[in-house]
Ligand binder design. Structure first.
Ligand SMILES: Nc1ncnc2c1ncn2[C@@H]1O[C@H](COP(=O)(O)OP(=O)(O)O)[C@@H](O)[C@H]1O
Ligand SMILES: [Mg+2]
Length: 262
């Protein structure tokens, strides 16, 4: 996948948003999903969140993205001491079938989608994800990977300080997924936003993130730095020990006995 090294905005986000969570809790009726999350994330860093299905990852992401205000505790998403712009991307591209590719991207800028400014920015965002030549197409004729690239362009067009990604590559085939991982890393480096990625894929987390936070039943069970230089080679031998630590916690197995007790 070749994407042009082109910034969507003339001035890249300086360093992204900082995230501060103090004892964040969330319940749905009697079900307590987040049990008091304390988390501080540095501006401009790339953090992966892993955890079993139902552990509270999406609930946490929605709170951080500002889509759910019904939580306990304190959440601060700031850049230079003012509230930051956050955007979210999901596993499904959620494109509008009645709008062209460029129209779908311009939607990310709000109501003024027809303005020359909006279309210029949308065009640049499409170039950045390698789809500049598909601007006039309808979403229905794109592949799954291309649709996700349009969804990525739609989040980038508003120059977010924080990009929250809820398993955005989960439905893609293995090769498309690897291409998208490179693209995500590339735009993150070029644009300077803070990235928070939920993934089931431990190798993906190790390839992309500076830090991996493992959530277990609404609590942080593991919080590790990923010290390897970029660009990283997928499945590198050096991943071994961290991969083992993450998988054994995820699968509740002792690294010594290898007995899975899920
Ligand atoms: N809107 C909701 N109403 C009721 N229960 C919910 C709601 N959203 C999430 N839950 C429950 O909260 C738990 C955590 O969900 P979620 O955060 O989506 O997990 P994950 O993303 O880690 O798979 C699950 O038991 C889920 O059923
Ligand atoms: Mg989820």
């Amino acid at each position: 996948m070749s994407a042009q090294a082109l910034r969507i905005s003339d001035t890249a986000s300086q360093s992204g948003a900082s995230i501060t969570l103090n004892t964040v809790t969330r319940s749905f009726g009697a079900l307590r999903v987040l049990e008091g999350i304390d988390l501080t994330i540095e501006p401009g860093s790339f953090v992966a969140i892993v955890g079993q299905s139902g552990s509270g990852k999406s609930t946490l992401l929605r709170i951080i993205a500002g889509l759910d205000a019904d939580y306990g505790g304190r959440v601060l998403i700031e850049k230079n001491h003012v509230p930051a712009v956050a955007r979210i991307m999901y596993q499904e591209p959620r494109l509008l079938p009645w709008a062209t590719v460029i129209g779908n991207v311009a939607v990310g800028l709000g109501p003024d989608v027809e303005s020359k400014f909006a279309l210029t920015r949308a065009r640049r965002a499409l170039d950045a994800v390698g789809l500049g030549d598909r601007a006039a197409d309808w979403p229905a004729i794109l592949s799954g990977g291309q649709k996700q690239r349009v969804a990525l362009a739609r989040t980038l067009v508003s120059k977010p300080d924080l990009l929250v990604l809820d398993e955005p590559l989960g439905a893609l085939d293995a090769l498309t997924r690897i291409g998208m991982q490179s693209l995500l890393e590339q735009v993150w480096r070029e644009e300077g936003f803070t990235a928070l990625l939920v993934t089931h894929d431990v190798t993906e987390a190790l390839t992309l993130a500076d830090r991996i936070v493992l959530i277990e039943e609404g609590r942080i069970a593991l919080d590790i730095d990923v010290p390897f230089e970029r660009p990283r080679r997928r499945g590198a031998v050096q991943f071994g020990a961290l991969e083992e630590q993450l998988l054994s916690t995820l699968l509740k197995t002792s690294p010594r006995t290898e007995e899975y007790v899920i």
